[in-house]
Design a protein around this ligand. Sequence first.
Ligand code: B3K
Ligand code: ZN
Length: 876
Amino acid sequence: GRTIHLADYRPTDFVLERVDLTFELDPTETKVEARLIFHRREGVAPSVPLVLDGDDLTMTSLLFDQIEMDPARYTATADSLTIRDLPASEPFEITITTQINPEANTQLMGLYRSNGIYCTQCEAEGFRRITYFPDRPDVLSVYTINIIADKDANPLLLSNGNYLGGAGYGEGKHFAAWFDPHPKPSYLFALVAGDLGVVEDTFTTMSGRDVTLKIYVEHGKEPRAAYAMDALKRSMKWDEEVFGREYDLDIFMIVAVSDFNMGAMENKGLNIFNDKYVLADPETATDQDYANIEAIIAHEYFHNWTGNRITCRDWFQLCLKEGLTVYRDHEFSADMRSRAVKRIAEVRHLRSEQFPEDAGPLAHPVRPNTYREINNFYTTTVYEKGSEVTRMIATILGAEDFKKGMDLYFERHDGDAATVEDFVKCFEDASGKDLSQFALWYSQAGTPHITVSTSYDANAATLSLSLDQMVPATPGQATKEPMHVPLSFALLCHDGSELTATAISGGTVTGNVLHLSERSQTFVFSGVTSRPVVSLNRGFSAPVVLHFNQSNEDLAHIARHEGDLFSRWQAITDMALPSLTAAASAAAKGDAVAVEPSLLSSLLAIAANEALEPAFRAQALTLPSESDIARAIGKDTDPDAIHAGRQAVLAAIAKAGEAQFEALFKTHSSSTAFTPDAEGAGRRALRNAALGYLSLSKNSPALASEAYAKADNMTDLAQALTILAHRFPDSSETAAALANFEQRFGSNALVLDKWFTIQATIPGEATLDRIQTLMKSTHYAASNPNRVRALVGTFAFSNPTGFNRRDGKAYHFFASQVLEIDQRNPQLAARLLTALRSWQMLEPNRANSAREALQIISSGSELSNDVRDIVDRILK
Ligand code: B3K
Ligand code: ZN
């Protein structure tokens, strides 16, 4: 694949006026007739040919204005169609017929068939696997779709927009026609056909229009779509209230399918979802599943405005729709649930997924400027860091001007294929602020590191806060400019109250936001009558790494008194990390592990504080992960030592808090009726955190085994099973529970995925064998992306000791899996491969083994463009 550059963008030579598609569906021989009306763009020379994208296509006919085209005038290959001698200015019609094989489409891009259901996935470049087309996001057109199929096998025929009508079509067939009045790019096209059950509802919009809502699922699973429907209605209402956005068609449909490369897809009026993010009931879904469903239903719905009505000019602008839409779904979940707890979860996720990406060989700007395979840029940098960048704009502008900027964006760019510059300009125009330095967040990769120090002058009653920023070099960007970093802060007095001080010099401070914009800056505050404790980057206002050596007393003070709950959690984390990294080096040397007493007391005080919500207390009790610790250590990491050290710290906490954990476990176990809301989820999280510690201090599977037996919802059941399997993998209790789980849920694919994941993440060397055995079980399905991710994916991403076993065998197993998966599904293979993105941080022996495994992949004979791109960048 060749490299595409942002700088090379230019509009198409031909304008696409209308699209008419007719599908004659057949499992292996589907016929697609595309009637496309074009005209030459003004100023384009008459000699310029029309070049359309294709991917693996077979053309069976080509008409020009309804008449068979002279073969001398065109060249068709599997991946392009070039047509010459076209009219200089008047519109013309091209009719292309292609034949495709949905059944054989294992890549799950374009039109494919899964479990008897025809469905499509066109973003980013899947439409070109259906027909030859100007398959790029800046080509907006109005579509009419006709679908012809076997009536018995496919009573349901769906596409975007509004239903026009349908009828019988002879020989057991029928047809349906759909029309989408909103011009859209090809990546938002969708088609679904098959036999599915449906849940129906209606939503009345703010202007009083009734919208029909339909969620299609496999027959028998309708009751499990109720929560998704509820989440959809709440999303529609929220987008009206918070962003003033109203839905724009008469019908909104969601279809759940079981083979899907990602979470879901925002096709206009016809979202297609991985069924994992639709189906839920208490017996089969965990609280995390419910939260994910709520967030992803919202995300895809919100795309209707941020993505569909306003789309991207080119794929470099992907963050324009993704970062913004993630920001919107984060805000939605924060409003539906606990804002602080949601923020903590977001930051944990950002640090564990995006920070490593930004610090390793796959680092790229939020808006990349080159790519070889666009599918590899649906990354946590584009999505999650993209969301953080939007959040910073809101922080810098304040709520009111941010809202004005969003309104202006919707007003100015509705119907456009826009750019990041267009977006930023709206906020500049709405606020009068200059965001040119801020815009570096889109173009400079790497997580800024900010070093902080304070000095207090009692005589002058001033506090100086010195900040230095450093953005590390990243691939292709050796040197960096200083960024505009908005840091929310508080100065806390002895009694915990907030001090209002005046910034007298050093830089701009607006409200409680300090604007760092130079490499080095010292802010001086006056009127500071006693030494305050500085709480910096409240609410995680900027996605940066802070180096701020605060004393344990100061951190404990923040943990006790901060009004911002996020910062209280952060203080606990900052106290814990030094203990955890010290524990890792002690474990490596075989020394005893010591735990800072102030950490224990702060942690247990928060856990016991009934004034705090249970979900927050559970977050505080969940220490930084092994990969967080590895990142804090930074180089030459030994996953076994990190694991052993962390376990020792957990054991010390478990011992110190045993009585308290017993009490917590009891109070929060009392059976109240299950509700999937944040409050119920919080109680279960605290209870299960306590259970984890108790199982450690008692060093026995008995409690978890009992909890497993008594569980009346999937959250408690899966947590109990996880504790059993991860802490007592060889116990008879664990074997019994795993067998019971398999027997109870063997026929439910989504629940069985949990069974695979729990086993794939058992720490230690032995897990590789277990995984290889599980792959041979009849439950394993290499063709199902969810199953592959549940077993191979979680092993590579979430099992540091198992995956990084000393002898390198797991890397080699992984390499063979990546090569094998690449044969059928390159996107899935490439995504899995990113699990090795931080290999250079490992101690030399493991790093060498990892490199060997990468070289094996790299020398694979038939690598996809997807895997080729990732392996080349990781090895570079
Ligand atoms: N826009 C899709 C992702 C498409 C991924 C293509 N490889 C889902 C989403 O972000 O909402
Ligand atoms: Zn999205």
